[in-house]
Write a new protein. Structure first.
Length: 313
């Protein structure tokens, strides 16, 4: 069983874990981490509002669970992120960076992510189980509309998708390493051009998961909370062998590309990466030290934060 769980971890999307530390929290890099983290509960409520409108009782219950999760995450998880990032910075400084190192970092991020997902979903499962038929109809319609929109957005010209994929990766790498060299740009361009597309399989797998979710919500069994938590935290159990193999192949391509980038990193780039890792670690420790003051950072500004998930093209 443990081997199967480890295999599932290794098939997750890799690019958003190793170098893109901030995305582990579902936050973009458009503002400082300390500011963004203060909006975590707002962001979760905002994203939920894209799909369904809760009644007053459900909204209050959801808000209470998210607040509890935010406090738990701040005090128990952020110190672990800080420890991990500081160790990563030390490894980079010592030159202990290769594909094996990347996979270890990915696995550790994954364990933290799974713990957070388990904690959050367990808390909000009762809200999900209380949705009315009208709310479920709304949810189903919004999910289908999102699928249609993504299919239209992703199903453009292949050359445009490749350019967007390369541009997005270069932007993320630049955040962590600073300006890329011509050689590093070529490595990313080559990765983007050779990453095989699996748009239809991705949409089909998403629709399968959504169908399972709606079926569970329409007819909650006695084991609803357990089944709901597994479906949300561990959607990989629905993956077909072909889909899993495709994910694994894409992950390996990303690992090899990032390993090549890091192998060609200059001393200046390594120093930049070490500085960024340490900066995030410091921010995590600062946030963890806030204890029971989750609103301290949020009250420092009224400006909204723009957050948009990257498409899996």
């Amino acid at each position: 069983m443990q081997r199967k769980k480890d295999q599932h971890r290794k098939t997750r999307s890799f690019a958003s874990k190793v170098l893109l530390v901030i995305l582990v929290l579902g936050l973009s890099g458009c503002s400082t981490l300390r500011l963004s983290y203060g909006y975590l509960d707002w962001w979760l409520s905002w994203k939920l509002g894209d799909y369904i409108e809760l009644n007053e009782t459900q909204s209050d219950q959801f808000a209470a669970q998210v607040d509890a999760f935010h406090q738990w995450h701040r005090t128990t998880q952020l110190p672990e992120y800080a420890d991990m990032l500081e160790q990563m910075a030390a490894d980079v400084a010592q030159g202990e960076v290769d594909s094996t190192w990347l996979m270890r970092a990915s696995d550790r991020f994954e364990r933290l992510w799974e713990a957070s997902g388990q904690q959050l979903i367990t808390g909000v499962a009762p809200v999900a189980g209380s949705l009315s038929r009208a709310q479920l109809t709304e949810l189903g319609e919004n999910l289908r509309e999102r699928n249609r929109k993504d299919l239209k957005d992703w199903n453009g010209e292949s050359s445009k998708r490749v350019k967007k994929r390369a541009k997005r990766m270069k932007k993320n790498l630049k955040r962590w390493l600073g300006r890329l060299t011509p050689e590093q740009n070529r490595i990313v361009d080559n990765w983007a051009a050779n990453l095989s597309s699996f748009l239809q399989q991705h949409i089909a797998q998403r629709e399968l998961w959504q169908g399972q979710l709606l079926a569970l919500l329409y007819a909650p069994p006695a084991t609803f909370e357990q089944d709901f938590t597994r479906l949300v935290v561990d959607p990989e159990h629905l993956w077909s062998p072909d889909y899993r193999a495709h994910i694994e192949a894409r992950q390996q391509q990303v690992i090899e590309m990032i390993a090549q980038i890091l192998a060609t990193a200059s001393e200046k780039q390594k120093a930049h990466l070490i500085g960024e890792l340490q900066r995030y670690a410091d921010d995590f420790r600062y946030l963890a030290a806030q204890g029971d003051q989750p609103d301290t950072v949020r009250q420092s500004t009224q400006a909204p934060i723009s957050m948009k998930p990257s498409p899996a093209t």
